[in-house]
Ligand binder design. Sequence first.
Ligand code: HEM
Length: 130
Amino acid sequence: MKDTNRVMQSYGRCCASAAFFDDFYATFLASSPAVRDKFVKTDMVAQKQLLRAGILNLVMFARGMPDTKLQALGKSHSRAHLDIRPELYDLWIAALLKTIRQHDRQLEQLDLEAWQVVLNKGIDVIKSHY
Ligand code: HEM
């Protein structure tokens, strides 16, 4: 099966799991004070919805959609705006993979590897705007 199909199916199972986004942010915020500091004033209920779409943007890009949405994310997260240092994306990926392992009950090793490929492809675009 193609990486992007594996990821779409796994993401569907994650989104069907009620606490997926709550657990992601709990893990991500716990991973570093540098991450927590960025979200002190954030409405986390809204943020969870934004991330739901944001992850879909990464998957759609890996499936061949143009990188327009990721360029916009790259600009909003760049030095001049949210100022998200490139190394923080490693924490983001680690938190997401951990949360996927907890919530996707049918996850196979190949799915996890597919997620890594798909996420890195889009995150490279976002980071390139830093
Ligand atoms: C805002 C997605 C990585 C911190 C947002 C938004 C989206 C998003 C869709 C709202 C729209 C926007 O501002 O452009 C993503 C995706 C990521 C990612 C898909 C991974 C590829 C990160 C990382 C951090 C971060 C690593 C580090 C702490 C923030 C902050 C906001 C934000 C602080 C603004 C929150 C507010 O409005 O108060 N992100 N993000 N993001 N993101 Fe990210």
